[in-house]
Ligand binder design. Structure first.
Ligand code: BGC
Length: 764
């Protein structure tokens, strides 16, 4: 008789001639402990190796390595025929530990939804969750088990290119979106064949890189960290995210990938995280460049001891860990813990129960992975429509009449790749609806659409060259070879024949990407020249913005008749934008991040701390905190966004003016749609602590309600304030509330609010 699965907990010994019962697959802990007990050192190290399919290794070699138990998972191979042979190779390995297949499914998979900033602009949590559910559905049917998402890094410096990927500047909103994304990806459990495991990133504080320059250091007070930057990671974890990806930056002097405080004390001990910890791409090797490891052995030792489990696209673990464990420099317990967590994620993805759970049978493989019927266009269109933020609309320029002759002009009007935005997973430009296509369809049989490109996205050869080297499969920026003057003249000619100009301007998607930090936030010169020429025609000018970060748009605000922020709106972007432009959909998006007037104003986040000498509008600015050369305050505040309807919110009514710690106060307001069409808006509730032991923000978002109202409809909304909402991290990092006065502010953006006061009573 064979002794197959000696179980540590079993009472009988194999050597006695009796047979163990295999540990039941239902008992996760026992099952994994048993497996670890039977693994060789090399097999354990192999499980911690996550390799990128592509340049890293030829496919044949990969299968051999997998069969030898030397690879734990891959990323970037995204179809069933690609992944099946790898899983089969794993099933030929000694212990048959399944592989997992991961990918950056950030805002959709085959169907591309709006980028993170766009999703967040909807403030529509069920719809956001649904976008992640569909991404999971599509990714899992392509045999993927895991996504490196959501990106929940708070971004308060729009120079940072990855601002596009996250959900904005506010801890509360980002946390709610983070939870929704995790729920969408994982559902009730990441072991469902139609769900995938979520790996939240980048832990931690990646959005606070100094100067917004990617990969730069982060140096931050613990109070700010706890209060503002950490909550979204925590929210994703509490919502069940199975994994955490470690940030590339240092946190207060220690790179995150070697940061024991971050990965052990905070993540494991304080937050009780039980899932897998993944390095970012090559991050362990980078510990040498950070200058905290003298050589590869030290880098590997630091990372594993700090708690980095699986190493992504990095060879140091397999080169160094076996030696380090043998010499005792790394204890086998540390290695076992890393393996235990990793195997736990495989277990949670359902892979031990069925390694082919998402790979399925060959006969069911889709003949064409890009087949139209695999897409979810309706859902993408609905999400995209809700993600758009109407910034200006003078004299009801929008919605446009479908009978109009419209001049559509601009470098982004007909650029499929830019509809998708960066990190667009398996979305392909050929399936993206451009604005030109969307508007043409909307106008068909009625008005007329004329088109001119007008300008290249930029004429700066250095920028073009940079974007085209961003390592994508195809050139990012395809230039029109005509001279700027010839393009401009054509645009003006076209505009002269139209009733209205729609100018699609902004950033090429690569300008808002990883490693695409900017020193300027205005439109590239070529596009500014185009807009000035269009303005000079005297025709109504509607700007459709496509960009992945707040832009500095002072001239545009002054000169455009209407302005619609569309971010990068995805596969159905062109249709969705046309829906809004022509009034088939009433815009309801609200900015999840402040728009500055200029780069020099950064940071401009709304929930900044209070000051001893604040700038106060309407009073002399001398010796107050301000910039004297331009107006202070944001160009567009957090939470801002117009509608074709006119929503009115009443002054808040409080159920009491005092509240004990175990009581609640009810805040009632009425919202009225005073416009002539149905629409949605977001009522936002902010709190301000009037006096505390540490300085507190001028206001903080604490709740919101997205409501849809028919024309003329009035709705009463009721919010609740309880003591936990009043808590903050004090100077000793205790999460406390302090008795005293508070203001509650309600409104449709962070600036235009109506307020009431209440008091939190001391505890008896
Ligand atoms: C990014 C991660 C991403 C990884 C794998 C890295 O460059 O920082 O966000 O998940 O690549 O594609």
């Amino acid at each position: 008789m064979k002794c197959l699965h000696p179980l540590a907990l079993a009472t009988l010994l194999c050597t006695s001639g009796l047979v163990f019962a295999s540990p039941s697959l239902d008992d996760k802990e026992a099952f994994i402990n048993d497996l670890i007990q039977r693994m060789t050192l090399e097999e354990k190290v192999g499980q911690l190796r996550l390799i990128s399919i592509g340049a890293e290794m030829p496919r044949q070699r990969i299968r051999q390595e997998i069969a030898a138990g030397r690879i734990g998972g891959t990323f970037n191979s995204i179809s069933r025929p690609e992944n099946r042979p790898m899983q089969e190779a794993a099933m030929r390995s000694r212990l048959k530990i399944p592989m997992f297949f991961a990918y950056d499914v950030i805002h959709g998979h085959r169907t591309t939804f709006p980028i993170g900033l766009g999703l967040a602009s909807s403030w529509d949590l069920p719809l956001i969750e649904n976008s992640a559910r569909i991404a999971a559905l599509e990714a899992s049917s392509d045999s993927l088990d895991m996504t490196f998402a959501p990106t929940v890094d708070i971004a308060r410096d729009p120079r940072w290119g990855r601002t596009s990927e996250g959900f904005g500047e506010d801890p509360f909103l980002v946390s709610r979106v983070a939870e929704s994304m995790v729920r969408g990806y994982q559902g009730e459990g990441a072991n469902s064949p139609q769900r995938i495991m979520s790996v939240v990133k980048h832990f931690a504080l990646y959005g606070a890189v100094e100067g917004g320059r990617d990969y730069n250091v982060v140096d931050m007070s613990p109070m700010r960290m706890y209060q503002d930057y950490l909550p979204p990671y925590r929210a994703a974890i509490d919502a069940g995210a199975g994994g955490v990806m470690v940030a590339l930056n240092a946190v207060n002097g220690v790179p995150a990938s070697a940061n024991t405080w971050l990965l052990q004390d905070l993540l494991r001990r304080d937050w009780g995280f039980k899932g897998g910890v993944f390095s970012d791409h090559g991050a362990i090797t980078e510990l040498m460049r950070h200058g905290v490891a003298a050589d590869g052995a030290e880098a590997a030792r630091l990372a594993i001891n700090a708690g980095v489990g699986m190493s992504m696209a990095d060879t140091l673990y397999d080169q160094e860990l076996p030696k380090l464990v043998k010499s005792g420099a790394v204890s086998e317990t540390v290695l076992d813990d890393a393996v235990r967590h990793l195997l736990g994620t495989k277990y949670d993805m359902g892979l031990f129960h069925d390694p082919f759970l998402r790979i399925g049978r060959a006969e069911d493989d889709p003949a064409d992975v890009n087949a139209e019927q695999r897409l979810h266009r309706d859902e993408a269109r609905a999400m995209a429509r809700d993600s758009m933020v109407l910034l200006e609309n003078h004299a009801d320029t929008l919605p446009l009449s479908k009978k109009a002759t419209v001049a559509l002009i601009g470098p982004l009007a007909d650029s499929p790749v830019d509809m998708l935005g960066s990190w667009s997973a398996a979305g392909i430009p050929e399936q993206a609806v451009t604005l030109r296509t969307g508007m043409a369809k909307a106008l068909k049989g009625q008005g007329m659409l004329m088109y001119a490109r007008g300008a290249n996205v930029t004429d700066d050869p250095h920028v073009i060259n940079y974007l085209n080297q961003l390592n994508w499969d195809r050139p990012e920026v395809v230039l029109d070879k005509r001279t700027p003057q010839a393009m401009l003249e054509e645009a003006v000619r076209v505009a002269a024949q139209a009733d209205v100009i729609v100018a699609a301007v902004g950033e090429a998607r690569g300008m808002s990407h990883e490693s695409s930090s900017r020193t300027r936030l205005d439109l590239p010169d070529s596009q500014q020249a185009l807009l000035r020429a269009l303005k000079a025609t005297g025709k109504p000018l509607v700007l459709v913005l496509m960009n992945g970060r707040p832009l500095a748009l002072s001239w545009e605000k002054e000169n455009a008749d209407a302005m619609l922020e569309t971010w990068y709106s995805g596969t159905e972007g062109g249709n969705a934008i046309a829906d809004v432009l022509f009034g088939d959909h009433n815009p309801s998006g609200k900015l999840p991040i402040t728009f500055p007037r200029s780069v020099g104003q950064i940071p401009t986040y709304y929930n900044h701390l209070r000051l001893g000498r604040p700038y106060t509008p309407g009073t002399p600015g001398n010796y107050t905190s301000q910039y004297f050369e331009e107006p202070n305050g944001p160009l567009y505040p957090f939470g801002y966004g117009l509608s074709y309807s006119d929503f009115k919110v009443s002054a808040p009514k409080l159920s009491a003016e005092r509240m004990a710690a175990d009581e609640k106060i009810r805040v009632n307001v009425t919202v009225r749609n005073a416009g002539t069409r149905a629409g949605a808006t977001v009522v936002q509730l902010y709190l301000r602590d009037e006096a505390a032991s540490v300085i507190r923000p001028v206001k903080e978002l604490k709740d919101f309600r997205r409501v849809k109202l028919e024309a003329g409809e009035v709705r009463e909304l009721s919010f609740e304030i309880d003591e936990p909402m009043l808590r903050f991290y004090d100077a000793s990092l205790r999460h406390v509330s302090e008795p005293g006065a508070f203001r509650v502010q309600l409104g449709l953006d962070s600036e235009n609010v109506q307020e009431a006061r209440f008091e939190l009573l001391p505890r008896q």
